[in-house]
Design a protein. Sequence first.
Length: 117
Amino acid sequence: MRALVLILVMVTGGTAWAQQAADTVAPEGAGAGVLQVPLPLAAAQAAKDAGQPVESHNWMIAAAHPLAVEAGARVLREGGTAADAMIATQLVLGLVEPQSSGLGRGGLSCLARRHKR
């Protein structure tokens, strides 16, 4: 019985630290000099890194890669709808992170609309 418990602890014990270690690793696109991010994105990233909430008065884009965020933001800046921006963001994510999203992979999209009264 002790041997079984010992084996179980050895097999599952190492996985407990995996998520904590992954949280400290920066995404590939976040390296210095890799991508020139606009000032609002840099300010939002600095607030996020400091543990502060990030707010917006008009619109906001969130994605796993800065190039996908920039694609969605560009669509909105040029007058596109939230649905247009969501599609552009997802298409870029499929390009820059094909292992994580795209055909045959998992994906999540959220579109929130403000109700007009």
